[in-house]
Ligand binder design. Structure first.
Ligand code: UD1
Ligand code: MG
Length: 404
């Protein structure tokens, strides 16, 4: 068999296992609904007329578990050739696979703990950092390459490459924190958490397939092994989470997804490209900064406000006294108002009503009230447009900055 074929066999097995996992997960989720409600793991859908109905929450844990089981069963497959032929065993590749799974497994556990215990925001930053430690350790042992190539326009200042040392590990840890939380704060509309994660995963998969025939094929093959079962389990979840949601995904799912993307980005050496697929999440994060850093009051929920009369969603708002804002908050909000990216209403007594700063509400202030599935679809189209932009930046534009 030639080299190309040898690469294809494990992918084939991976795809078959993933299809099986899809059907398993799709059946498992509805059958576990009652168990979750009995355990009081449920929430109310705030954008429906019937708010009394209990919707089981944190079903992302089912998805995470079926993903992990599939991957555990898959572990011997890429190494079967070495095992059967008794050839020299690639211990470094093996440990990468194990550490990647350990980090994801740890994140599913910590995410589930968050759903059960309702942790505070500072814990949400700590958990992904802790879960990424096994991975960073393996990165240290296997590569420890902390040198980055400087983009062409900056080379006259910094030279061809810069060794970031420990800072590179800080960057990788922060990548895990960002990927997990960025998905979690772009949420609150049926199907959005899973939908955006599926677009990101598919984008990574397309990128891997394109790169599979290049020099770095091993890293991309590694990523494909993770992305295919990830997509299968998430599709099964989306089936039940799409409007009208029968289950909620919980923070477990956001952590599980973000960590999976960070893991393949780090081990596959394409963390910058991974970040490119997060353009809407980056914009949502930047737009959210005034509320996340408490410059402007941030209510517990920022999801859109439901109008039962029209069955449409309106932007949700935060209300505060203008005089309570500090100088930095005033400056930032002045910039936002100048660029007309917020809906800012001020009354004669200085009380301000401003939309909550998420791109979900931004879409609503620009397009007017929308039905929930329409809003989710528009946000997913934005996500896909982000991916197309990412590919333009990654391929044609990259030659402006790097020798590719
Ligand atoms: C994040 C957001 C919060 C948003 C929430 C919605 C920040 C800082 N936090 O908080 O603004 O309101 O996600 O998930 O931006 N829900 C629905 N419909 C959905 C999904 C969720 O009504 O389609 C509600 C349900 O009541 C569910 C709850 O949101 O129980 C879950 O919220 P949770 O994931 O705990 O919120 P956070 O992640 O802390
Ligand atoms: Mg959440």
């Amino acid at each position: 068999m030639d080299q190309q074929m040898i690469r294809m066999v494990p992918i084939g097995i991976n795809v078959v296992m993933s299809i099986f996992t899809f059907f398993l997960t799709a059946r498992l989720i509805p059958s576990l609904k009652e168990t979750f409600i009995t355990a009081n793991l449920c929430g109310q859908d705030m954008s429906k007329r019937d708010r009394e109905k209990k919707i089981p929450e944190a079903l992302g844990v089912v998805c995470g578990c079926t993903f992990l089981i599939t991957m555990f069963l898959f572990i011997p497959v890429p190494f079967s050739d070495h095992i059967l032929k008794n050839a020299e065993f690639p211990h470094n590749e093996f440990v990468e696979l194990l550490a990647a799974l350990l980090s994801i497994c740890c994140m599913v556990l910590l995410g589930f703990a968050d759903d059960v215990l309702d942790l505070r925001w500072r814990h949400k930053l700590l958990l992904p950092t802790v879960a990424s430690l096994p991975l960073l350790m393996v990165y240290y042992v296997n590569f420890n390459s902390t040198t980055i190539i400087v983009p062409k326009p900056l080379r006259y200042l910094l030279g061809f490459s810069v060794n970031l040392g420990i800072l590179y590990y800080v960057y990788m840890g922060m990548l895990a924190v960002f990927c997990t939380n960025a998905i979690n704060i772009l949420a609150g509309v049926n199907g959005l958490e899973v939908g955006q994660s599926l677009v990101i995963a598919s984008s990574i998969l397309v990128f891997n397939v394109v790169e599979l025939f290049g020099n770095m094929w091993k890293a991309h093959l590694f990523s494909i092994y993770f992305m295919v079962p990830y997509i299968a389990t998430s599709l099964a979840l989306l089936k039940h989470n799409w409007y009208p949601s029968r289950v909620f995904v919980g923070d477990t799912f956001c952590y599980f997804s973000g960590m999976t993307f960070a893991v393949v980005g780090i081990i596959g050496h394409f963390s910058k490209t991974t970040l490119l697929f997060f353009i809407p999440q980056i914009l949502n994060f930047l737009y959210s900064v005034p509320q996340l850093f408490k410059l402007v009051p941030c209510p517990r929920h920022r999801l859109p406000r439901y109008n039962p009369k029209t069955d449409k969603l309106n932007p949700s708002v935060t209300i505060f006294k203008k005089s309570e804002l500090n100088i930095l908050a005033r400056l930032v909000m002045w910039i936002f108002r100048t660029f007309k990216v917020v809906d800012w209403q001020e009354d004669s007594e200085g009380m301000v009503t401003c939309n909550n700063l998420t791109i979900i509400n931004f879409v609503l202030i620009k397009l007017g009230p929308l039905r929930e599935p329409t809003l989710t679809t528009i946000l997913l189209v934005i996500q896909i447009a982000g991916t197309l932009l990412a590919f333009v930046i990654r391929y044609p534009l990259a030659s402006v900055f790097y020798d590719v």
